[in-house]
Every structure is written in C-alpha cells, then in structure tokens.
Design a protein. Sequence first.
Length: 220
Amino acid sequence: MKIESFVFDFDGTLAVLRLDFAEMKRRLSTLARSYFAPPPPRPFLPVLEWLDWLDRSIPKTGGRSSGFRREALALISEMELQAAKNGELFPFARPLLKALAQKGAKTAIITRNCEAAVRLVFPDISDYCSAFLSRDHVLSPKPDPAHLIQALDAIGADLRTAIMIGDHPLDIETGKSAGVMTAGVCSGNTGKDEFITAGADWVARDCKELIELLCEEGMI
C-alpha cells in the first residue's frame, strides 16, 4: 500500500532547528519561582507539558496563580519569534513539498511552535501544503494524536495510507497513537538509535533522503 498523505513536523524537519529548549526551560523555571512557595522542581517534561504541570500545581503549593500561564506562554512565544528571525528552511523543503504535490500526494504541517514564528520562516507555507496547524490551532498539541488527526481530517487523508514525519521521538509517539506510519529524520537533535527505540517505521538523515528511500521502496 502506497503512502498518499504526508504530515511533517516543522522545526528540525523542514526548517533548521534554532530553538534552545534548555534555555527556554531555564527562563520558565525562573518565572515559576516567583509564583511558587517553595520553589518549583526542576523541569522533567517537555516545555509545554511542564508549563501545564506548573500551572496546575501553583494553587496546591501556595503560590500566586494569577497570570502565570499568560506570562509563561508570552515568554515561550517571544523566544520562538526571536529564533524565527534567524531561522531558515532546509534547501530541500519547498522542492520536496512541491514534488509530492505533483505526484498527487496530500501534505500537511503540524508543529508545537506558534503560528507567527513559523510564518516568519515560511511565509508562503499555504502555497506548499494543504493544511498547517500550529499549537495555536488546537486544544492540545502533539504528542496528543488529536493534533495529527485534525490535520489528516483537514486534507481528507486515510489513516491507512498516511505517515507522520518528524525529528523528535514525540513525533513518532504522535503518529503511533494516531494509527499511522511514522518516520524519524536526524536533521534535528535526535539520532537513529533513538528513533529505532521509539519504533519509527523508517529513519533517514533528513526528509530529502527519506523521500528518496520511500520512492526506492515503491511507497510513493
């Protein structure tokens, strides 16, 4: 069965990864200290999930909860926008998306990033995919499979012939939870072994190599 629908992550997958997530957690931790008594524990989850955990925990610890989530999201968005100013697509991104469309494939892009940051890097994104869903467009971003399923519904995809492609194990988790094929690309900060452990169906150096591999295997 050939792959007919392709859903891509953005940062590290179609665009050079510029975000410093460790620094983002440090800044979020500093902000949280002003709301917590005693100070919050060290971050043990991805940034957005840790933010949610902190937001839920503040009232229980005697901290002042008013405004924390708003300030935290503003901090994260500011860092995303700053990184986007220095961001760029991988050279293969536009040609690859165009080639898939010419083959009749359906394409979508989903990301945990904010919409404004993505559009700074990829202003003509709507010309190259049929659906784009940032975290601003969904109730709960990936790895919640609802994020991916919403994108698949938007492009009229069949789960049996769809694939989720990304540079992080969370992308593999998202795809598996949604019941689609998955592929990991090592163009971010994740290596081949981590993707294999996560259960990716394919692993490639980047999206260009992945599409070449899928073509060779007769999957496209």
